[in-house]
Design a protein around this ligand. Structure first.
Ligand SMILES: CC(C)(COP(=O)(O)OP(=O)(O)OC[C@H]1O[C@@H](n2cnc3c(N)ncnc32)[C@H](O)[C@@H]1OP(=O)(O)O)[C@@H](O)C(=O)NCCC(=O)NCCS
Length: 424
């Protein structure tokens, strides 16, 4: 059957262009029987393995049966699964343009993509088995698919936009270790990080040509411009590097400093390999769980992927917005974790984190829920017309034993004096 015919039967013709690649190859390898990813027994086993609530099983199996029994739906599901997980060069940007499947499946539409999420599990298990990874890592990594359950569509994830996220685990780039997920990637912070040889102290300098506001954050955050904005510079010669320090609390000081390169070594800069951290929703995030997760991630990568070197942990997220210190105060997991990391500014031309703080549904300030401290604080800030910033963090693996003691913040007073910076 041709793709055009399939889409015509399903009333999804506009998707023809984006789904055309590799259609012929998909049809050539279509199994004669029901594909495993639509098989009820296999689905039950996968849902049990990934801790999906048993109450969810029946509708999933019913829709899988509906797809298996309808030739056009079955062919399309088979093809989409292949494009997602077996065709490396099929662009993630094209996945975002797939149909929502409402024409084809009506109220069952979101099950189509949950079945894709379930189908990712076999690939991940197979790959982890081949690498000899511990079973608890495999199971935790796979269990992240719960967010694709139909009842969370539009709230926790957007389908098909978020589907390509599943590819990270399938190709062995993403692992869940304890509380957090890790992907080895290239550092994207606009800073350079140095360590002082004799004392072990750490300082970050802002890259040059950053347009910052008078508070030391990016000018233009949430579209708000500062008439007193200024521009950073960063110069180096064979003996010194000269620029503006970022303090561990996460903003840039407008006092330039010179670091002597016989005293300070460059550790981290743009594109250095890092372990990028991702914070799955809904689980509690006490500081101990975060630190434990980072320790275990180090062990995992050192032991199973020694070839995948990295220089730091890193993350860019609304969770590292320093405004949250004021909003949440001391008794907060988010604020506590911020205090253990070295924070730095990242730009946020639109208010950062609203989908994670409220939901992926369009944000409506007037009617936004105010049921938690965070939500109340964010709503109040937006009502005052202030920007809602983003933030970045890094933590160096060799400093991990000191986490829990505000290592970078408590070392800053020494750094400040050493660099001749004025008292705050
Ligand atoms: C990460 C996460 C688990 C932290 O939650 P936590 O451990 O409760 O954090 P805190 O202790 O700092 O919470 C302090 C307050 O903020 C609230 N809060 C925290 N995260 C919230 C969120 N995402 N939405 C709404 N309120 C939130 C808490 O309920 C608490 O308020 P309360 O005392 O009135 O109940 C939570 O924010 C979450 O699930 N986030 C979604 C995942 C995410 O954003 N990942 C990063 C994507 S870039």
């Amino acid at each position: 059957m041709k793709l055009e015919q399939v889409l015509r039967v399903l009333n999804e013709e506009p998707a023809a262009g984006v789904l055309q690649p590799y259609w012929r190859e998909s049809m050539a390898c279509l199994p004669a029987d029901t594909p495993d990813f639509l098989n009820p027994a296999a689905l039950r086993e996968t849902m049990a393995y990934t801790n999906i609530d048993p109450e969810e099983y029946d509708p999933v199996i019913r829709v899988a049966g509906r797809i298996a029994a309808d030739n056009a739906l079955k062919l399309l599901a088979w093809h989409c699964r292949r494009l997602l997980f077996e065709v490396d060069d099929y662009p993630g940007a094209d996945i975002k343009r797939w149909p929502e499947m409402v024409q084809a499946l009506g109220k069952d539409a979101n099950y189509f993509y949950f079945l894709m999420a379930l189908a990712s599990v076999d690939y991940v298990r197979d790959l982890h088995r081949k690498r000899g990874l511990p079973e608890d890592i495999t199971q935790a990594t796979c269990s992240d698919i719960w967010r694709f359950l139909p009842r969370y569509a539009g709230l926790r994830v957007r389908v098909p936009e978020t589907l390509s996220w599943l590819r990270h685990a399938v190709v062995g780039n993403l692992f869940k270790v304890g509380r957090h997920q890790y992907i080895r990637s290239a550092f994207s912070g606009t800073i350079q990080v140095f360590r002082h040889g004799a004392s072990g102290d750490v300082v970050a300098l802002a890259e040059g040509k950053l347009q910052l506001n008078s508070a030391g954050y990016f000018d233009g955050d949430s579209g708000i411009r500062d008439p007193r904005a200024w521009t950073t510079y960063l110069y180096a010669n064979e003996r010194t590097v000269h620029g503006f320090p970022v303090i561990p609390e996460g903003y840039v000081l407008r006092n330039d400093v010179r670091l002597r390169l016989d005293e300070w070594s460059l550790l981290l800069f743009r594109d250095t390999p890092v372990l990028d951290m991702h914070i799955p929703p809904a689980e509690p995030m006490p500081l101990e769980a975060s630190i434990d997760s980072m320790r275990r991630a180090l062990n995992l990568f050192y032991r199973y992927f020694p070839e995948r070197t990295f220089r730091a942990f890193s993350c860019r997220s609304w969770l590292f917005n320093t405004q949250l210190q004021d909003i949440l105060g001391c008794s907060s997991n988010i604020a506590a974790w911020q205090r253990e990391q070295y924070l730095f500014p990242t730009p946020a031309p639109i208010p950062a984190g609203l989908p994670f703080i409220f939901s992926h549904a369009p944000f409506d300030l007037e009617n936004a829920p105010r049921d938690t401290r965070l939500r109340r604080g964010v709503v109040a800030l937006l009502e005052r017309g202030e920007p809602l910033r983003n933030g970045g963090m890094f933590g160096l693996p060799e400093d991990l034993p000191h986490f829990g003691n505000h290592f970078y913040r408590s070392g800053w007073e020494r750094v400040r004096k050493r660099l001749g910076l004025p008292s705050p």
